[in-house]
Design a protein around this ligand. Structure first.
Ligand code: HEC
Ligand code: HEC
Ligand code: HEC
Ligand code: HEC
Length: 151
């Protein structure tokens, strides 16, 4: 829907991640709620990436011997955070916050991130200003925030 505002066209495959984590398997097939793993999305600027403890909430019991889960286990045992590769970006001068969108705006994840629950690897996406402005215009959301949004 808003994909035509992205600087880079939607690519089939995103960058390889340190662990082959799949949104299709977790959010799609197993229908685990986005907010279970990204719990801060409605109350802070950032949605948050789950840390390894959260994976073992399930993977202590589910396929614990899977090679990718063993990799995960090594991060856990050595108390190293998984170096996930960021895939969604806004330009540095744009201050984006999730909270107003989720809490007051009722904007769904899919409107900005696409159907991540259908993807094994998330594609790299760089949002352009038009992406923000077009939607704000169509929803009668604030447009004069742009001064406040730029720093
Ligand atoms: C209005 C558009 C919009 C909506 C709605 C939205 N996001 Fe985002 N999201 C973004 C943008 C823009 C970024 C990049 C922010 C940055 O680079 O600072 C981002 C980044 C993220 C990140 C990266 C890391 C972080 O902590 O920010 C995660 C995870 C994420 N979003 C999850 C979600 C989930 C889950 C939902 C729904 C509950 C959601 N987003 C809804 C626009 C949106
Ligand atoms: C709420 C439970 C739950 C959480 C939390 C969870 N997973 Fe899973 N995961 C599953 C289930 C269920 C499967 C499917 C197992 C099967 O195929 O039998 C799975 C499968 C996988 C697989 C194998 C996928 C494949 O290709 O077959 C990997 C790798 C994986 N998870 C990594 C992770 C990582 C990394 C985290 C933490 C960021 C995580 N999981 C968090 C439930 C969970
Ligand atoms: C079982 C945990 C889990 C669930 C459920 C989950 N995610 Fe994620 N999400 C992750 C992990 C781990 C990463 C980092 C690895 C990656 O980018 O694939 C991530 C990354 C992301 C990112 C990219 C952040 C960035 O910029 O690098 C977005 C956007 C996102 N998730 C949105 C969602 C949405 C929307 C849903 C629900 C449809 C969802 N996630 C469900 C664990 C989860
Ligand atoms: C899919 C639609 C959509 C997109 C895309 C979107 N927004 Fe929003 N935005 C909204 C809605 C709806 C609100 C909530 C308006 C309200 O009720 O106050 C909002 C609120 C905001 C607010 C809070 C304004 C205030 O009242 O304090 C800021 C700041 C903001 N957006 C910045 C951005 C930026 C920066 C981007 C691009 C990275 C972006 N938005 C992309 C729909 C969108």
């Amino acid at each position: 829907m808003f994909f035509f505002f992205y600087i880079y066209p939607h690519r089939e495959l995103g960058p390889a991640q340190p662990i082959a984590f799949s949104h299709r398997v977790h959010a799609g097939v197993k229908t685990i709620d986005c907010r279970f793993c990204h719990p801060f999305v409605a109350r802070s600027a950032r949605a948050g990436i789950p840390d390894v403890q959260k994976c073992f909430f399930c993977h202590e019991y589910i396929i614990p011997l899977h090679p990718e889960i063993r990799k995960e286990r090594r991060y856990f045992d050595t108390a190293n955070p998984v170096p996930w590769v960021r895939v969604f970006y806004v330009p540095d001068f744009v201050k984006f916050k999730h909270q107003p969108h989720i809490q007051w705006g009722n904007v769904e994840c899919v409107e900005c991130h696409g159907a991540v629950e259908t993807l094994d690897r998330l594609p790299a996406v760089s949002f352009q200003m038009n992406f923000c402005i077009e939607c704000h215009r169509s929803r009668d959301a604030q447009l004069d925030c742009w001064l406040a949004c730029h720093h």
